[in-house]
Design a protein around this ligand. Structure first.
Ligand code: B3K
Ligand code: ZN
Length: 868
């Protein structure tokens, strides 16, 4: 394995030149695209008269010509290799014109200019622009861009780039052109181009100050009638950002294009968002309620980047959370205002616990602001995004809504048009609040999830209750000693009747141990702590299971009710795992069944909330509660708990299932979605019994469902029942949906996650299916990721075949799409947490990968960290 160089934050230096203007011409031909870039540049005035070499980033393409000023440079007069283009010296002010040839059809990495079906498009974040033309490919170099696209009119009738269309027209030989100008200075990672035969859905939005904005969503012709939910979401997002943050859109045109081959979810290019089709296209027949919510959230997220990311951008990539953490916080708040706030909070925290907490306990552990990277794409992580959003949320808690808004206003005012740092952001928040946030800043620089324990002490004589909080964070590769974090915690006190004795208030932990005393309170009160999950910590308390059952029923914060229920489930599963490991019989405690049954009786209230509160944590979430992960015991324990609840409460589940069935199939209102989620939760419990009676109910729903939510829920259950049932359901689902590639992704993923014995063989067979291709990231995610990340029983097969299959696929993918291969490889990250046999087998696969001569830098970084 070749070594690759690390880039360190401490080595940051500003660029020596200023780019005054970028003028790009793309001449699109059948087998290549010719790119001409004209850069107007000057030396940073501080360096005038110095001899400063000009060093630009560059991809592996060939350069055709270089013109500096009016001099044509010969190959010996500039230096050019696979990474760098450079000139030994330049005048103080100069123009540089470089022409090079790209082969978008051969670009399977999907970075830079590439083909997706009949569409040509770009993806430049983080460092893909260098694959288009030599350029200072760094976010702190901002410039106005213009872009001319010339192409065949039949193959590429639609030609799009950032900003405004200033000119277009016909040329000879059935060719045409379009000239786009983006008046806003931007870093090159926000550049975009799309050329293709697309249909468009159009709408308009009038901003608060009366600006009329044209909204256009483009997709392949056959999908244009599935874009209306995305359009509604966009308008909701535009209105919300005006109201909540006073932010208006700044161009006359906002464009979104749906693409089938895309490495990420979407990309916020200025005025021309490019989206994974999965986050644009939806109708009730082909998309689930979760898909609808996902689209609303991602459309909003990319829109919000226009201010947090585009107008104010990053000084360097280490600051990524400055745009991502903040924008995730904004999209979470948007979704909370559009839908149910508690349900949104539960799903955001669930995601954090299921994926970010484990990241902190493995080889990829890094602070929200990493210190070093080999390949920046590997740091688009749960830590930067989700934990980053939690850090913003803590600032919001500490300052309160009004001051936080004042701080945001000042941030926009002070830094508009600039490339800045996390210090700049936190500095503004400190300034408007008059608070010292120095210790708080540790959340950006110190890695790891703090473990916080809470214990209660009651003094009968003084009638006072003390709550003692202790925090500790494990040492890791980033810091061998951890200092205490500044942790906000919201606390309320409630009595046995469920009444509030002391209103919710904010407390702050700053030491290893902090104690808060509450005077004049009765002995039988419950503290409700870390309400709404005030901070991203692992919390343990001295609550008994009885206390937890009480809090599950009566806590006045719905998030804490959910958290109490989940803790009860995890405790129960831990007990079952202990029994299994000791060879003792399994038994579910009567208290849990009782608490569950009482909760189910409340089914007339908030059904969306209830369906979350009564869902058992997934095996992948449960594993995080064990130091050594016993895959089989966890699976067995969870299955036993689910079946026991289903058995003891069969008639209750059936009753609630019937009660929730009335929602109209096409209705995507919150109420209808809530009904479906509770209904399908009941069906999933019942389905775990797999007897004829329930099989019949599931089968009926599968066959007669009027929307994808119900159909898919039933399909999932059938895929676990037995091979006969699965082998009937799979072809039926495929035949019905084969023309819809996004639904076929669901078909792949259900089979990859089946608990049935022969799943690995099925997955291997599916890799040769005509609809499967390693070249499409959505297909790889649907089949291979789903297997490796979400099917622990089969990925961790005791014979090691799950590992072997996955490692082979990672290496195969590394030759096609290194970014996605590296992401997939994180399924091996927690290898040290399994038994010795599995550790050895996983390590062997990592070593085999490490031995490959030509590993991409992306995969190299993940593999070498895992083995370090
Ligand atoms: N900013 C993009 C991320 C692109 C991923 C690059 N590897 C999506 C987003 O967070 O909005
Ligand atoms: Zn983002």
């Amino acid at each position: 394995m070749n070594e690759h160089k690390k880039i360190h934050l401490k080595d940051y230096r500003p660029f020596e030149f200023i780019v005054d203007h970028v003028d790009l011409v793309f001449d699109i031909r059948d087998d290549h695209t010719r790119v001409t870039s004209k850069l107007k540049m000057k030396k940073d005035p501080a360096r005038a008269n110095e001899t400063t070499p000009l060093v630009l980033n560059k991809g592996t393409f060939d350069i055709i010509s270089v013109v500096a000023g009016d001099m044509v440079l010969l190959p010996g007069e500039y230096k050019s290799d696979d990474e760098i283009f450079s000139l030994v010296a330049t005048p103080d002010i100069f123009e540089l014109e470089i022409t090079n040839i790209l082969k978008p059809d051969e670009n399977t990495a999907l970075e830079g200019l590439y083909r997706s079906g009949s569409i040509l498009c770009t993806q430049c974040e983080a460092q893909g622009f260098r694959n288009i033309t030599p350029y200072p490919d760094r976010p702190d170099v901002m410039a106005p861009f213009s872009c001319t696209i010339v192409a065949d009119k039949t193959r590429y009738p639609v030609l799009l780039s950032n900003g405004n269309l200033v000119k277009s027209g016909d040329l000879d030989n059935n060719r045409h052109f379009a000239v786009w100008e983006d008046p806003f200075k931007k870093p090159c990672y926000l550049f975009a181009l799309v050329a293709g035969d697309l249909d468009v859905l159009e709408d308009r939005f009038t901003t608060a100050s009366g600006r009329d904005v044209a909204l256009k969503i483009y997709s392949e012709k056959e999908n244009i009638d599935r874009c209306s939910h995305a359009m509604t979401s966009l308008k909701q997002a535009m209105a919300w950002d005006e109201k909540r943050f006073g932010r208006e859109y700044d161009l006359d045109l906002y464009q979104i294009v749906a693409i089938n081959d895309f490495n990420a979810g979407a990309m916020e290019n200025k005025g021309l968002n490019i989206f994974n089709a999965k986050y644009v296209l939806a109708d009730p027949q082909t998309a689930t309620d979760d898909d609808f919510m996902g689209i609303q959230g991602v459309i909003a997220h990319e829109y919000f980047h226009n201010w947090t990311g585009n107008r104010i951008t990053l000084k360097n990539w280490f600051q990524l959370s400055l745009k991502e953490g903040l924008t995730v916080f904004r999209d979470q708040e948007f979704s909370s205002d559009m839908n149910s706030r508690p349900v949104q909070r539960i799903s955001d925290v669930k995601k954090l616990m299921a994926a970010q907490f484990p990241e902190d306990s493995g080889p990829m552990v890094h602070p929200v602001r990493p210190d070093a990277y080999i390949k920046m794409d590997n740091f688009y992580t749960m830590t930067v995004y989700e934990k980053g959003a939690e850090v913003i949320r803590m600032i919001y808690q500490l300052l309160g809504q009004a001051l936080f808004r004042t701080g945001m206003d000042l941030y926009f005012e002070k830094f508009d048009g600039m490339a800045v740092t996390l210090e700049d952001f936190v500095g503004v928040m400190a300034k408007v609040s008059g608070r010292n946030l120095d210790q708080f800043f540790r959340w950006y620089t110190q890695s790891g999830t703090p473990a916080v324990s809470m214990t209660r002490q009651y003094d009968e004589n003084t009638k006072s209750m003390s709550l003692t909080f202790t925090q500790a964070t494990s040492p890791d590769r980033n810091q061998s000693e951890k200092k205490p974090f500044h942790i906000p915690v919201r606390i309320a006190l409630i009595n046995r009747a469920g009444e509030t004795v002391k209103q919710d208030a904010l407390y702050e932990l700053t030491q290893e141990t902090d104690t808060f005393k509450f005077e004049n309170v009765p002995a039988d009160i419950y503290p409700s702590v870390f309400r709404e999950f005030t901070a991203p910590v692992r919390l343990t308390t001295d609550f008994s299971d009885q206390d937890l059952a009480f809090l599950m029923a009566r806590d006045t914060d719905p998030f804490n009710q959910w958290h109490a229920a989940q803790t009860l489930f995890v405790n129960e599963i831990k007990n079952l795992v202990t029994a299994i490991q000791a060879g003792n019989p399994m038994a579910v405690s009567a208290g849990l069944v009782n608490a569950f049954s009482l909760a189910l009786e409340e089914n007339q209230k908030d059904r969306a909330f209830l369906s979350r509160a009564l869902a058992l944590p997934q095996e992948t979430e449960i594993k995080d509660h064990f130091e050594i992960i016993d895959v089989e015991a966890i699976h067995q324990a969870r299955t036993f708990l689910k079946q026991t609840l289903a058995q003891k409460l069969t008639s209750e589940f059936k009753t609630v299932y019937e009660l929730c069935r009335s929602a109209n199939s096409d209705d995507i209102s919150g109420g209808a979605m809530a009904d479906r989620s509770l209904k399908n939760l009941c069906l999933s419990y019942l389905g775990s019994l797999a007897n004829n009676d329930v099989q019949d109910i599931v089968q009926k729903q599968f066959e007669h469902a009027g929307n994808m939510t119900d159909e898919f829920a039933a399909f999932k259950i059938l895929s676990h029942m037995n091979a006969d049932v699965r082998d009937k359901a799979c072809p039926a689902f495929y035949d019905k949906w084969q023309a819809r590639t996004l639904v076929i992704d669901k078909w792949f993923s259900v089979q990859a996650q089946s608990s049935l014995e022969d799943t690995l063989d099925q997955v291997k067979k599916l890799t040769t299916h005509k609809d499967f291709t390693m070249a499409n990231p959505n297909k790889v995610r649907a089949l291979i990721f789903a297997f490796a990340m979400n099917n622990p029983m089969h990925f961790h097969r005791v014979d090691g075949q799950g590992y072997e299959f996955t490692a082979e696929r990672i290496l195969m993918l590394d030759k096609i799409n290194p970014q996605t291969a590296a992401r997939l490889c994180s399924c091996f990250n927690l290898w040290k947490r399994y038994d010795e046999n599995r550790q050895a087998m996983m390590k062997k696969q990592l070593e085999t990968m490490a031995e490959q001569k030509e590993l991409s830098r992306n995969l190299y970084e993940i593999v070498s960290r895992a083995l370090e």
